[in-house]
Design a protein around this ligand. Structure first.
Ligand code: 3PG
Ligand code: MG
Length: 419
């Protein structure tokens, strides 16, 4: 390995180097991870540590292999309430890792450089929130970002850049793509696994394949639904949740004024037109709710979608839809779910989500879920351990599904340096 380059990066089969391609003992590694987490608006503390936990295996491997590791990460965006320092992230990392990860309140100044210089083998520090630097989020190419202060100051202190921030791989930010033109670079284990698994699921799924979309963001889901429905290898696209009712509304169905209020922003003339033509084109492949669970003074009441009362609020799919979707899931060899099919946080409206998760884990299918809400639902219905693959990606996953370029993956593929 090393300078001899005896192991080719084709090992990963993904066109980028991985940790298998470098002997990291005694080397200084700059590791970019994605630990951007939900923050409680009142206490400003982290609500959930699952993204942080997903970043630990790469860190642990690097430390076990004798590397000296400085970590870069972001949290929130300047101006938003969740733009907070990374002290608590360091505490979570230390807890999950079982070793101390010291937080350094500096990004690339003399204090940070000194802490990097002092790192011993098997030691790790977490540097300041990268979005503290105004250059970070500029939309620039890797070569342009390589000219940023961040890269100019930090790159000389390291032997290798490791990018494990799959959740941010759709962003072309300085800390994500700026080091690859100047340092030997590799994908971390999470990045490697996400890209490998998701590419397979979206490009060559075992069939029949079923893709389920729920959640509230119809305008965001629609282009993804379109991309998937157009694919020969995709057999069923089920749309549920508020997105399902928005789809029905775009087709001219009355889904209740309170339901409609929640989706009015999403249903622009353009979205309505493309939903209509998409449904026409893929009749049979795209399935929408047949019945709804509406909220009648806090209680669940089911009705057919053509009988939804005019002022109703639809909060879950009904039993007929559950039955139909369950049958489709049970007959599938791949099932992907993004976004819960109902308002599962409320017990009265949790049935649809619970039942679809039950079907997914009862089926023989290779199952994949993505997005924070889907993971929260899987935890609630005790399905997490029985889902084949849980992705850390939200926006990144969506881009990958659409077959769009991922700047971070492209940057890693363009990097051919070794040490
Ligand atoms: C995310 O949580 O979506 C990623 O960490 C990227 O963050 P961003 O959406 O604020 O760019
Ligand atoms: Mg985001």
């Amino acid at each position: 390995m090393g300078a001899s380059g005896s192991r080719s990066r084709t090992i990963s089969g993904m066109g980028f180097y991985t940790l298998d391609d470098f002997d990291v003992r005694g080397k200084r590694i700059l590791l970019r991870i994605d630990v951007n987490s939900p923050v409680d608006e009142r206490t400003l503390r982290l609500v959930d540590g699952s993204k942080i936990r997903s970043s630990v295996p790469t860190l642990r491997e690097l430390l076990d292999r004798g590397a000296k590791v400085a970590i870069l990460a972001h949290q929130g965006r300047p101006g938003d309430y969740d733009f907070i320092p990374l002290n608590e992230h360091a505490a979570f990392l230390s807890q999950y890792l079982g070793r101390r990860v010291k937080y350094i309140d500096d990004l690339f100044g003399s204090y940070a450089l000194k802490a990097i210089g002092n790192l011993g083998e098997g030691e790790a520090i977490l540097l300041k929130n990268v979005r503290d630097s105004p250059e970070e989020q500029a939309k620039k190419s890797p070569e342009e970002h390589a000219e940023s202060m961040l890269v100019k100051q930090l790159a000389p202190a390291f032997d290798l850049f490791v990018n494990d921030a799959f959740g941010s791989s759709h962003r072309s930010h300085a800390s994500l793509v700026g080091f690859t033109p100047v340092l030997p670079s590799a994908a971390g284990r999470l990045m490697e696994r996400e890209v490998k698994t998701l590419t397979r699921v979206f490009q060559t799924p075992s069939r029949p394949s079923t893709f389920i979309f729920g959640g509230t963001k119809f305008a965001d889901a629609l282009p993804v639904v379109e991309r998937l429905a157009d694919r020969e290898t995709v057999d069923n696209v089920l749309v549920a949740g508020l997105a399902g009712y928005a789809f029905l509304s775009a087709l001219g169905k009355k889904v209740g004024s309170k339901t409609e209020q929640l989706m009015s922003k999403d249903l622009t003339a353009e979205v309505v037109a493309s939903a209509k033509s998409l449904f026409e084109k893929h009749r049979g492949k795209i399935r929408l709710p047949l019945d709804a669970a509406i909220d009648v003074e806090g209680k669940r009441h089911e009705c057919r979608v053509d009988q939804i009362p005019s002022d109703a609020s639809a909060k879950d799919i009904g039993s007929k839809t559950i039955e139909e979707f369950r049958e489709i899931i049970m007959g599938s060899r791949t099932v992907f779910l993004s976004g819960p099919p109902g308002l599962f946080e409320k017990e009265e409206f949790a049935k649809g989500t619970r039942e679809l998760f039950n079907a997914i884990v009862d089926s023989e299918a290779f199952s994949v879920i993505g997005g924070g809400h889907s993971s929260a639902a899987a935890v609630r219905f005790d399905a997490m351990d029985r889902i084949s693959y849980v992705s850390t990606g939200g926006g990144a996953l969506e881009r990958l599904m659409m077959g769009k370029q991922m700047p971070v993956v492209e940057a890693l593929r363009a990097s051919t340096k070794k040490f």
